[in-house]
Design a protein around this ligand. Structure first.
Ligand code: CP
Length: 308
């Protein structure tokens, strides 16, 4: 398949065939990760800049590992300690990094639309969205898809429950796009105060009872309670939240026998997920992290023209 995406801003334009092709590419990358010497020359001479205006462990580190395993040079830039703290604009920061030779800029920002804005402003570097505000986190959706697909196979007709703070979740928005494109039917669940108003236009249904959402589900996806994006008072208390919507063994028992339990991390153990579930036999949470490296390798490879 000829790869037509230079940037990754969101997954809106991706077809099911492209998603499947991408999963296969990520599988090839996993073979590199599993080698004793985790190194391939595909992106030698390319420069990747991780440009993070928000905190991150998984996304930033996995992009760094992904670039290095493909022999790209990787520079990590973070807003704290940079000239952004002296007032330099986002556009000037990005132009500066591009002028220094960045071939790809991986950007995480608290404002919705920043990756799209930069894609329009930069002249040559590819832009990859590593999370923009509450809007999207497309590489998380790709890694979620990859880890579910590896465990469950063809996802067409599978049932997924996304439980928790959907309102503030860029992960949920990107996952809904990606999993629906693969034929998965999605039920959202959580406090009504943490649900978006546009569930119908998203093509999903909403139930408030976690048991109803979990019953027969193939994928149970628990979201992080995002204290940093919440106004006060949207949940009664973290204890109450855990009792009503948190993942526990009895919730998982209602799902299908081989159901996978997912969480994007970082987890608030004892709030949205009990440790017995996070570390239990249905959990693929560390598998998601591992898929994150493979998926980001595949993305850098395809967007930076490694295939050519
Ligand atoms: N899931 C995720 O984006 O994690 P980080 O914030 O650690 O990158």
């Amino acid at each position: 398949m000829e790869w037509r995406h230079r940037n990754l801003i969101g997954l809106e334009g991706w077809t099911r065939e492209e998603l499947l092709f991408f999963m296969e590419q990520a599988n090839y990358m996993e073979e590199i990760i599993n080698r004793p010497i985790k190194k391939a020359p595909a992106l030698r001479g390319k420069m990747v800049v991780n440009c993070f205006f928000e905190n991150s462990t998984r996304t930033r580190v996995s992009f760094e590992m992904a670039g290095k395993m493909l022999s790209a040079d990787v520079v990590n830039w973070s807003s704290s300690g940079s000239s952004a703290a002296k007032g330099e604009t986002l556009r000037d920061t990005a132009w500066t990094l591009e002028a220094m030779g960045a071939d790809a800029v991986v950007v995480r920002h608290g404002q919705v639309g920043v990756p799209d804005y930069l894609a329009k402003k930069l002249r040559s570097a590819a832009i990859i969205n590593a999370g923009d505000g509450t809007n999207g986190h497309p590489t998380q959706a790709l890694l979620d898809l990859h880890s579910a697909w590896k465990r469950l196979g063809d996802l067409n007709g599978a049932k997924m429950a996304i439980i928790g703070d959907v309102l503030h979740s860029r992960v949920a928005r990107s996952d809904i796009q990606a999993f629906r494109r693969m034929g998965v039917s999605i039920t959202l669940c959580g406090p009504a105060t943490l649900m978006p108003e546009d569930t119908d236009s998203l093509g999903v249904k909403y139930v408030s009872d976690v048991r109803e959402a979990a019953r027969g589900a193939d994928i149970l996806y628990f979201l992080r309670i995002q204290a940093e994006r919440q106004e006060a008072g949207l949940i009664p208390s973290t204890d109450e939240y855990h009792r009503r919507w948190g993942a526990n063994d009895s919730t998982v028992a209602l799902a299908s026998k081989n159901a996978v339990v997912m969480h994007p991390g970082p987890m608030n153990r004892g709030v949205e997920i009990a440790s017995s579930v996070a570390d239990g036999p249905n959990s693929v949470i560390l598998g998601q992290v591992r898929s994150g490296v493979a998926v980001r390798m595949a993305l850098l490879y395809l967007c930076l023209g490694g295939a050519r």
